[in-house]
Structures are given as C-alpha cells and as structure tokens.
Write a new protein. Structure first.
Length: 242
C-alpha cells in the first residue's frame, strides 16, 4: 500500500513492515512474518520491480515478528540484513528475556495469533548472518536511512529515519494498536524488556523531521516526532505496557 512518494507499507495494522522505493533501488524496513513474502513480491510488482531491486533490509529489532522473511531474502537473493549490535544475537538465535504478559483481551489476542499462524509464524527462520549497525549510522542504501538508537523494547531497538520519504519507522518503540488488547492510538508496546527505558528513549526522536511515524503494529501515524513522547506517556498509565 502506497502511503506517500517513496513510502509503502506491507501487511496491516496487526503486523506491518515498510518499503522505501527510489530510482536507485529499494530499502526494506523490517520483514514482518514469513508469509509477508507474498505481500512483498506483490508490492514490488506493482512498482515494476522485483526482489532483485532490494538493496538492503534494516531491522528495527530482532524479534520474530519483524524478521519473518529476512533469512529467505538474505540466502536466496544475497540481500544484506542490518540490525543494531545489541540485538544481533536476538536476530540470530531468538534469545530474549521473559517479560510479563500484561493486559490482554481474548478477541484481539486470538486475532493476532490467527494472523501469525496464517502468515507462517511457526516457520520463522532466524538469521544466519547480519550486518551490525550503531546509533547514528547512515546506511549506504536507497534513501540513506539513519539509525537512531531506541533501547527499551529490546537492547538494540532502533528507529529508522528516512528523510527522503519524510518518515520515521519506530518498530516496537511504540504501537498504535495493542495486539493483545485491541486498544488503538499511540501507546507503549507490549512484550517490552524495559518499559521505563522505552519511554525515556522516545526523547531521542523529538528533534527529527518527519511527517510519518511508522510502528510495527498499528496504523501509520501522521504526526511530528516532537509530539510522540508526550502522547505515548499520556497513554502509559492506561495499561498499554506489557
């Protein structure tokens, strides 16, 4: 789905990833679930392109619902996968701490589970190799994405700033649709390692220029990054943190 010039979304409000389209090729941000491979190929075809035009995949963090087709893309097509050094082990092995489940409702939780199964979540392959990145790196990829460290959801969570697309992809630094409660609007994401640190990290994007704030779960948010911290903190007392 085209959101704006250069900017497309794969997936839906339950699980989403993003495509940056330029004349020099395509940069992907996150890889959703394995079944989003079909969505990727369909979106590329609509642009008159193919998987061979993908120059790199940037992960906002290493959780399984963000690495879905990453290893397929890397092995079959030689596309490098970039992840913050602090999440490299998570992307390669799936190792992560246990966190409290937090609030949930049967309907939304089952909806998320159902989508995960339909999109082959049980077949997710971890990464055999990654290219590690750090806060402040500007990647030599279409759109020149900039890495912004956002620790909290995981140690190596990042936002990916793409000025060309006027966009900031934030992964699970926040959500606009809680996958376990169905609650909509900006709020903390569930399954977060360190909720307090995640809220503090929102200050790291406040001075960035973008019109789109793009979560891994929930609707794309038309707003300035300067407004994000206040909005998410206001919602954090309402049971958003998992």
């Amino acid at each position: 789905m085209k959101l704006a010039p250069h900017l497309h979304r794969l997936g839906n409000d339950l699980v989403a990833c993003y495509l940056i389209d330029t004349p020099e090729g395509v940069t992907l941000i996150d890889a959703g679930l394995p079944g989003h491979w079909r969505d990727l190929r369909s979106e590329l075809r609509s642009l008159g392109k193919s998987v061979e035009d993908v120059r790199g995949l940037v992960l906002t963090h290493g959780d399984s619902d963000h690495i879905g087709f990453a290893e397929r893309l890397r092995v079959a097509h030689g596309v490098p996968v970039f992840v913050h050094a602090a999440d490299a082990d998570r992307a390669r092995t799936g190792a992560k701490p246990e966190v409290a489940l937090g609030p949930w409702r049967p309907g939304p939780a089952l909806g998320f589970l159902g989508l995960s199964l339909r999109k082959n979540a049980l077949r997710t392959r971890h990464l055999g190799a990654v290219t590690e990145v750090a806060d402040g790196d500007v990647l030599d990829l279409p759109g020149s994405p900039v890495i912004v460290g956002m620790p909290g959801h995981s140690p190596g969570s990042v936002a990916v700033h793409v000025p060309l697309a006027d966009a900031l992809a934030v992964g699970d630094a926040l959500t606009t649709r809680h996958v376990l409660t169905g609650r909509t609007g900006p709020q903390p994401a569930p399954f977060t390692d360190d909720p307090a640190l995640a809220l503090a990290s929102l200050d790291r994007i406040a001075d960035l220029s973008a019109s789109w704030v793009l979560p891994g779960h929930g609707a794309p948010w038309r707003t300035s990054p300067a407004r994000v911290g206040e909005a998410v903190r206001a919602a954090s007392g309402g049971g958003g943190t998992g």
